[in-house]
Design a protein around this ligand. Structure first.
Ligand code: 5RP
Length: 270
């Protein structure tokens, strides 16, 4: 691995712990104005100090993130479908690597729909992105997107994640599942988990703790942070799990403490 590639990866996987808290706000690329992301700039401003990297599209990066912001960018390169269309796998690479470089991306990312109608084109898109990434020293994060008909079990997610790594992805983002150790132990590159649909805060923290215990190097979490009743509390709590190894109960106290202190401040203002 050359110096540039290693340097970019080390901006995301923090050298002190080898772990990462990525904040995912790319949902609009197929969902439009997702709950909590109507005004992305406003949502992310208080969260950025606690995120190790920001995953988003070029449109949101250009318009919502001040260029002076010091955070590694993971740029979504794929798109082309929407929630109005039955087949979400109908997407392709739409951003050039030259533009990713101009936008100073630390990593580039796309979804791979293993077992879906567009398996071949999305995997070929991933492989091409890896070719380009290797040329310029930019790591590729592959996202194992799961079609409606697929079961999110360790057999499927292990297969999809391994295929992404075999095609050259430098990091893989997948979902947590029962028997997650089977997934991480057969993928030879760092694995992070998506948070998935919004769940009660404690459940999201249990999932993050279990993922780390079972070999993930971190999270790429969106809705369970920005849709929380205390987004800052949640990202601080997740951060403590990922980087400090705290228990679920300790992390939950961090979330509750932040929520309480914000409520107290807003009472004072009134
Ligand atoms: C969509 C994505 C999202 O970034 C991903 O789902 C992470 O967000 P969440 O934690 O809300 O699931 O990659 O394909």
């Amino acid at each position: 691995m050359d110096w540039g590639m290693k340097n970019r990866i080390s901006r995301i996987l923090k050298p002190e712990t080898g772990k990462t808290v990525m904040l995912a706000v790319d949902h609009g690329y197929f969902q439009g104005p997702t709950t909590g992301l109507k005004n992305v700039g406003k949502t992310i401003a208080p969260l950025l100090p606690y995120a190790d990297a920001l995953m988003l599209t070029r449109g949101i990066l250009r318009t919502q993130v001040p260029a002076e912001t010091d955070i590694p960018i993971i740029l979504r390169m794929s798109g082309g479908s929407s929630v109005l269309f039955d087949d979400l796998s109908d997407e392709e690479i739409q951003v050039t690597v030259e533009e990713a470089i101009r936008l100073n991306a630390s990593a580039i990312t796309c979804s791979a729909f293993v077992g879906g109608a567009n398996q071949r084109s999305t995997l070929t898109g991933l492989a091409k992105l890896v070719n380009e990434g290797e040329r310029y020293g930019i790591p590729v994060l592959a996202v194992t997107a799961v079609g409606k008909d697929m079961v999110r079990d360790s057999r499927y997610l292990g297969l999809a994640s391994r295929i992404c790594a075999e095609l050259g992805a430098h990091m893989v983002k997948t979902y947590y599942c029962e028997g997650f150790k089977k997934v991480t132990s057969s993928v030879p590159v760092p694995v992070v988990i998506a948070g998935g649909k919004k769940t009660p805060e404690k459940d999201a923290l249990i999932k993050a703790r279990a993922a780390i215990d079972e070999g993930a190097v971190g999270v790429d979490m969106g809705r369970n942070i920005f849709q929380s009743d205390s987004p800052v509390g949640m990202i601080k709590a997740v951060r403590a799990i990922v980087h400090e190894g705290v228990s679920v109960d300790e992390a939950y106290k961090i979330y509750q403490g932040e929520k309480r202190s914000k409520a107290a401040k807003s009472r004072k203002k009134k």
